[in-house]
Ligand binder design. Structure first.
Ligand code: ATP
Length: 331
């Protein structure tokens, strides 16, 4: 039965680690020397442009595509070791379409999966999973009448049978309306506290920014950045402030900022967009202006979006490597 207790970590080792992974189809290298490691009990986003190699990578993790080179470790076992088949039983997955049998009801789909995973039917777990994905009142209906969001949620419930330590979800929000996307996000967010690490691919960057606390960003089959979402965003953020003053102070504020050596990169009415050195914060700017008798009505630092960071990263001419603890760039 699924426990809602905090997970008793089976290991501090990453549940999913790839080193120098590659996949070639003929002369076409679609995954190229890919290296990343995801932390346990997090929701980790695998993002990248179309054709970056996300699905191929996930398929290699699941043994659905044979790598051309490199190493994969899942749950402390390395691909090719004798116990690899057992490891895959502890990993749930949904690649491309949810693994649903339309002639079975939702409950029967889960019972079927329960039998496949453990050799017996755990009705208590199935009841909990149906509640978790908010399908308890439709459990005895056939999924062909379900909405797309309900099918995706049933698909995720199927991947969770047997309480896997890792689930791999390929674009689970594809085609869903905003309400469906929020439901999937909330569902994924509950899994780490139950001891399940989530690796999820997505195109919806605003959604990824909210759903995932860790990211692996791919471009052209390579890792271009890896780390916490906050690290990746702060690593890409320009040090920009918007300083707004009263109309009567605008001329003097402009002079004070320039005299202090701060580049005014834009001006919108009485709001100055400035890019000071990184050591200068909003408080310093406020003090600077106040020392000239100018009282700013607002000093804001605009947030960088994952979309901006992503475009910046994937347009780099060469790969950018970052680790989970430090985001750094290699020119
Ligand atoms: P998307 O976001 O569009 O789904 P993706 O990042 O998941 O893209 P993949 O589906 O992994 O990318 O594809 C990576 C590249 O590998 C693409 O250029 C694709 O055409 C190619 N590819 C995938 N499978 C095969 C195959 N079986 N034979 C040849 N090329 C393939």
């Amino acid at each position: 039965m699924r426990s809602t207790e905090p997970p008793a970590a089976t290991s501090s080792v990453s549940p999913c680690e790839v080193r120098h992974l590659s996949k070639r189809y003929g002369a076409h290298t679609v995954v190229d020397d890919l290296t990343f490691s995801i932390p346990r009990n997090h929701v980790v986003g695998l993002i990248g442009p179309n054709g970056a190699g996300k699905t191929t990578t996930m398929k290699m993790l699941l043994g659905l595509v044979r790598p051309s080179g490199g190493d994969i470790s899942l749950l402390d076992q390395t691909l090719g070791e004798p116990r690899w088949g057992d490891v895959l039983k502890r990993v749930g997955s949904m690649i491309e379409a949810p693994p649903i049998y339309d002639r079975l009801t939702a409950r029967q789909n889960l019972q079927y999966q329960s039998l496949a995973v453990s050799g017996s039917i755990d009705d208590a777990e199935i009841g909990e999973l149906l509640r978790l994905v908010d399908l308890a009142d439709r459990a005895d209906d056939r999924p062909r009448g379900y909405s797309l969001g309900m099918r995706q949620r049933l698909g995720i419930a199927i991947t969770l049978v047997g309480q896997p330590e890792l689930v791999i979800l390929d674009e689970p929000g594809n085609g869903l309306d905003p309400a469906g996307i929020i439901e999937i996000r909330n569902l994924m967010g509950r899994l780490p506290e139950m001891g399940t690490t989530v690796l999820v691919s997505s195109h919806q960057l605003a959604e990824v920014q909210q759903a995932c606390d860790q990211l692996v960003i791919l471009a052209n089959g390579r890792t271009v950045a890896q780390g916490t979402t906050a690290q990746i965003l702060s690593g890409r953020a320009q040090h920009i402030f918007h300083v707004t003053v009263d109309d009567s102070d605008a001329q003097r504020a402009s002079e004070a900022l320039r005299t202090a050596g701060f580049a005014v990169v834009d001006r919108i009415d009485t709001t100055f967009v400035i890019e000071p050195p990184r050591s200068v914060g909003g408080r310093d700017l406020n003090c600077l202006l106040a020392s000239d008798g100018i009282y700013a009505s607002a000093i804001n630092q605009p947030l960088v979006s994952l979309e901006d960071a992503f475009l910046d990263l994937v347009q780099q001419p060469e790969p950018v490597h970052a680790t989970a603890t430090h985001t750094q760039e290699v020119a």
